[in-house]
Design a protein around this ligand. Structure first.
Ligand SMILES: [Zn+2]
Length: 439
């Protein structure tokens, strides 16, 4: 080969190598972290969650590991994705691993990294809306199954994985319709897992119940009158008396929390959220007239141990009594008792045969469990518990600040990867549990 041709050849070769390196660096890698990032980059935040892109991503992941795939739609545009890994003994009740597709909105301008870029910082933090709540578990379930399949593990019980819409806006067109469906009944679910919350400490947190939200609106009526007159039973006076009484109750509950006698999630919380009164004028409100109507709104959260009847009676007799010209409306958001009338709690003792298996699965991978808790907020788990199915709320994120619904939500890569191992252990143990066909 002449010298000039030789150097030309070398130049072309070098360029080709460089081109190859550039192209391969730009190719998205197919690693567990890359797959997590791909899911996080799909914007499923309200008010316009892109459910179809999320479903097609998850579906392709599921098909790549040979899971059975079914998309159900109980409300138009609100798909539920159901994946199934059949067990060797399908007559045994199955397992369900649930997560929600949607997330709360993110105010981009308040974030260090754009909330749907899933940027991984040099120290391994993956920033995205949904990183903790709850896209992590959604993909971890799949990664755990992928690893178990690679190790030729075969489940005895059938394992289902579900992805539901609209959890963040109450689940009425999501989990609620799913659990009420014939398809759900046919799954014969014996035990389910749903999202939990991050743990700032070294122990994993697990939740056996949620608090139930109530919205309370109280309305007062009274004689209108001149601003200068003092008289009994004005609407404002009646409303303010109620506000005082409710505030005292709130304080009594908060004192228990402050004294360390119970966590926030075990008391009845009641917080004022609005007051509406006064007669509008062009410059604000008419100031020399006492209005004939006034109302206030409260957000109440009831732990499963609270007696809803007692709270209802308290509202009727003390917070909005008819004798003070008060009326009220309670909007109960979700169930308080299961179909048998029992509180919506999942036992975390040996009376629940799944509990020791779950616990053991955590210790098997060197994990520690914190004392089981009631979740202060609400998840879809309550709708599954309502059917009498035991559900644990669990998201394996330890040494992680609680950032759900906050700016700069992130999850560390190592925490995410460890979570996959934890689910491998959980799915392996639970799906191998053969005892008693009643569970
Ligand atoms: Zn969530």
């Amino acid at each position: 080969m002449p010298n000039s041709t030789h150097s030309l050849f070398q130049l072309v070769l070098t360029n080709l190598v460089v081109l190859f390196l550039i192209v391969s660096a730009q190719q998205p890698q197919d690693t567990p972290i890359a797959r997590f990032q791909r899911y996080l980059r799909i914007n499923t935040a309200h008010p316009r969650p892109d459910y179809s892109s999320a479903i097609s991503f998850l579906e392709s992941q599921a098909l790549s590991i040979n899971l059975q795939v079914k998309t159900l739609e109980f409300s138009p545009g609100k798909p539920v994705l159901l994946l199934t890994w059949p067990g060797s003994n399908p007559s045994l009740p199955s397992l369900l691993f649930n997560s929600h597709l949607d997330s709360v909105p993110a105010e981009s301008s308040k974030w260090t990294h754009p909330p749907f870029f899933a940027v991984r910082s040099p120290d391994g933090k993956i920033f995205a809306r949904g990183a903790q709540d709850d896209k992590c578990i959604g993909v971890q379930y799949l990664e755990a199954i992928r690893n178990l399949k690679e190790k030729n593990f075969a489940p005895v019980r059938t394992v289902h994985v579900s992805y539901v819409p609209d959890e963040e806006i109450g689940g009425v067109n999501g989990i609620l319709k799913f659990v009420a469906s014939e398809e759900f009944r046919k799954l014969n679910v014996g035990f389910a897992m749903d999202e939990g919350q991050a743990s700032p400490g070294d122990e994993f947190r697990v939740f056996y119940a949620d608090r139930s939200p109530w919205n309370l609106i109280i309305k007062a009526k009274g004689m209108p009158g001149h601003g200068s007159r003092m008289y009994d039973n004005s609407a404002m006076e009646n409303l303010m008396k109620s506000v005082e009484i409710i505030s005292r109750f709130r304080e009594s509950q908060f004192d228990v929390v402050k004294a360390g006698e119970a966590p926030n999630s075990e008391v009845v919380s009641v917080n004022p959220v609005y007051v509406k009164a006064g007669i509008p004028s062009p410059s604000g409100f008419v100031m020399n007239m006492q209005p004939s109507e006034a109302e206030a709104g409260f957000n109440i959260r009831l732990p499963p141990v609270a007696d809803p009847e007692l709270v209802r009676r308290r509202i009727a007799e003390e917070w909005a009594p008819a004798r003070r010209n008060m009326t009220y409306q309670i909007i109960e958001l979700g169930p308080l008792r299961d179909y048998m009338g029992r509180p919506l709690t999942t036992p975390t003792n040996d009376s629940n045969p799944w509990w020791p298996i779950f616990k053991q699965a955590i210790t098997a991978v060197g994990g520690k469990l914190a004392k089981p808790e009631i979740l202060a907020s609400t998840t879809d788990a309550r709708y599954i518990r309502q059917l009498g199915i035991p559900v644990l709320g669990f998201s394996p994120m330890k040494n992680t600040p609680i950032l759900l619904h906050e700016h700069n939500e992130f999850l560390e890569d190592t925490v995410y990867l460890e979570g996959i191992e934890v689910y491998e252990s959980i799915i392996r143990s639970l799906s191998s549990f053969e005892e008693s066909s009643s569970y």
